[in-house]
Design a binder for this molecule. Structure first.
Ligand code: JCF
Length: 681
């Protein structure tokens, strides 16, 4: 986008600047107060640049309420003080229903009222209270709450907050007006800010409130300008003119003047309505786009407020009903190793039961050993527990002063608490894992499913629902037990008919004839995927040399590094795993020996291209068998191709083979080359 030319005369520039400011202010307002932008970011930027150019050329046209002034000013060396014309008081707290009922009763007594009191309810935002001073509609000063009477002058910073009007909208505005409200960072903006900081290697903020506080405390307001702060107004301090007779009316005026008024604010008649409003907000707490720590109730009638007055610290006409705390302290009774479905062992704190955010909590995850050491949580410790939303409770801190003298750090057990197998943490990894993958009951379902999966033993009809039943009814404890299943047992499972039981038994029978790579892959050894399984099979030829291999011998295999070698060696060193492997062999699971080095094998060094559909085997099977005999299978025909295998409806590859005079085999010729006897399937 090219920038428009500067106006020709100062007069024209003055009018254009005026128009631009109005326009930009309007779009600011749509975007930051109503979340409802009317133009694109690019269009907005272009208006901004035009105004900046004019102000740069005619500096005397610059006004202090110009939207260009929101980018921040040069750093100050310290904050000066502001004195609040009317003190910024805090709010009395209610912690339970009775406190709110008492509050309402006191008000009715003091006002000598019989009927219901009208209140205004509002979410209490967890941010920082700020007071903004407007003179003749222009923002002239902004201060933090401080001690209530004197705060810090953060005018430069608040000017950068887009939801703060630099000039009040509308014609009729008080000569002097203090607007009070809360500065927050909304949850989404907070996530975005922290992601940005992660990318820039900056320290992450712990929560939106800390981020908002840090942003307001910047001496360099250009930094504040980069932070996504939002100002929600909740009332007024001093005003040179009366603003009507109800608080709800004042909030309406503030909205007209261009402030953001929380959409949740509502009028409530009587204390029962307040209680219902509170319960509703507690329910919806997690779906609000800002953090709240309570609900504020204020008497709506301003004259009644006058009559009620203040105590030394807080108005008598308002109260903050706190939300149930999301943090509580309790004692760690023990730390327990919990074995997950993949064998990962997680330390979990067993807690003395405590209520957190309205829920009784007796467990908290410690994630892993690194986390546990970082937090230094020990059995017997007093800890802070936090629950946010629906997530698993977490321990956020330890009270070291209350740590028992005989306390010792917790250690990960060396054997699995479920199956007694070895527990191992591979180099460079965070997690400790149980090495009894084939026997551990915590891992049974996963292990059996993996063993049966298509690229492993490929047992048709053995889906999740069936495996779950087999494991839960203790019919199958290890993959080897699959092969002793009999028809009546299988037919007795849910979702199993007579016919599908037949099929499963047949599939099991057939799956016994497998290949070494499939078998190795099916064992579910950590870090042994299909490729590594294939390499191991090629290198060692059969299972027994692998069972005997040391880590040093294993790293000789292409693609196997020290970590993988360690994982393999420990898996096979585990007696329980060896027992299962023996049981699998006893059940008749077998594979052809893989010929040693490729070029010594029957098809050593020969390259094949498969085309068309084969009748007695799939292409994957043909490939596997060719490779099992040392041949290799490639995708396209060239002069280097030794054989093209042509099945039904072979296409262009066959034509190419003919033109290059590459020998063509039909299916029967291939089967003979592979050693005859293709199993009927
Ligand atoms: O949202 C808040 N944190 C909040 C604080 C809301 C209010 O209506 C308040 C407040 C502090 C004092 N009202 C007063 C009088």
């Amino acid at each position: 986008m090219t920038d428009p030319a500067l106006p020709a005369t100062r007069d024209q520039a003055s009018r254009r600047a005026e128009a631009l400011r109005k326009d930009i202010d309007h779009h600011n307002y749509r975007y930051y107060v109503h979340d409802d932008p009317a133009i694109s970011d690019a269009e907005y930027d272009s208006l901004m640049r035009e105004l900046q150019a004019i102000e740069a050329h005619w500096p005397d046209l610059l006004t202090r309420d110009s939207p260009t002034q929101r980018v921040g000013a040069a750093p100050a060396s310290q904050f000066s003080q502001v004195r609040h014309a009317l003190p910024m008081l805090s709010l009395d707290n209610a912690f339970e229903e009775q406190d709110l009922l008492d509050f309402d009763r006191r008000i009715r007594e003091r006002l000598a009222l019989n009927g219901d009191v009208d209140y205004v309810g509002e979410p209490k935002l967890d941010g920082l209270s700020v007071s903004l001073r407007y003179e003749d509609g222009v923002l002239v000063e902004a201060g933090t709450r401080g001690d209530g009477r004197v705060g810090e002058d953060i005018t430069a910073n608040m000017r950068t907050v887009r939801s703060v009007p630099l000039r009040l909208r509308g014609e009729r505005v008080p000569r002097r007006l203090d607007v009070r409200g809360e500065v927050v960072i909304r949850k989404q903006d907070f996530e975005h800010l922290n992601r940005q900081r992660l990318g820039a290697d900056q320290k992450l903020f712990a929560n939106p409130r800390n981020a908002a506080a840090g942003s307001l405390r910047q001496l360099d307001s250009r930094e504040t300008a980069r932070r996504p702060l939002t100002f929600f107004t909740f009332g007024v301090g001093e005003s040179s003119e009366p603003l009507g007779n109800s608080h709800a009316g004042v909030l309406d005026l503030l909205a007209e003047w261009g402030f953001r008024v929380n959409a949740e604010i509502g009028r409530l008649s009587g204390v029962e309505a307040c209680l219902a409003y509170y319960r509703e907000l507690v329910e919806r707490r997690d779906s609000l786009d800002y953090e709240i720590d309570g609900v504020v109730f204020k008497v709506d009638d301003l004259e009644a407020r006058e009559a009620l007055g203040f105590t030394s610290r807080a108005p008598r006409w308002a109260i903050a009903y706190k939300l149930p705390a999301r943090e509580a302290t309790t004692r760690v009774r023990a730390i327990l190793p919990s074995v997950g479905r993949t064998g990962v062992i997680t330390p979990v704190a067993d807690l003395h039961p405590v209520e957190v955010g309205g829920v009784i909590v007796s467990r908290a995850t410690l994630h892993n050993m690194d986390e546990l050491r970082r937090k230094d949580v020990r059995p017997g410790d007093q800890v802070m527990v936090r629950r946010a939303g629906d997530v698993i409770p977490e321990i956020t801190g330890v009270n070291l002063e209350l740590r028992p003298e005989d306390s010792v750090p917790w250690e990960m057990p060396t054997t699995c608490p479920v199956c007694g197998s070895e527990v191992l943490r591979l180099e460079d990894e965070v997690d400790y894992r149980c090495q009894g993958g084939l026997v551990c009951s915590a891992q049974r379902i996963g292990a059996v499913l993996h063993f049966a999966s298509r690229r492993a033993l490929d047992i048709d009809g053995l889906g999740e629902k069936i495996v779950e039943q087999l494991v839960e009814r203790e019919l199958v404890k290890t993959p080897a037990d699959l092969f002793s299943l009999e028809h009546p047992t299988v037919a007795g499972l849910d979702r199993m008919g007579d016919k599908s039981a037949d099929n499963l038994i047949a599939a099991l029978k057939q799956a016994r004839e497998t290949t070494l790579p499939r078998f190795l892959y099916g064992l579910g050894i950590q870090h042994v995927g299909e490729v590594t399984a294939q390499r191991l099979a090629e290198h060692f030829g059969d299972l027994d040399p692998i069972l005997r291999a040391s880590e040093d011998e294993l790293v000789q295999v292409p693609d196997v590094g020290p970590v993988v070698a360690q994982s393999i060696a420990h898996f096979f060193a585990e007696p329980h795993n060896r027992d299962v492997i023996q049981a699998l062999r006893d059940a008749g699971v077998r594979w052809p020996v893989v010929q040693g080095r490729r070029d010594e094998a029957p098809l050593g060094g020969k390259s094949f291209v498969l085309t068309g559909t084969l009748e007695t085997m799939t292409r994957d099977e043909a490939k596997e068998r060719i490779e099992g005999l040392g041949g290799k299978v490639t995708g396209s025909v060239s002069r280097k191709t030794d054989y093209v295998v042509a099945g039904e409806s072979a296409g262009s590859k066959l034509d190419k083979a003919r033109s290059l005079e590459v020998p063509v085999l039909d299916e029967q010729a291939l089967i003979e080359m592979l050693g005859g006897q293709e199993s009927a399937s």
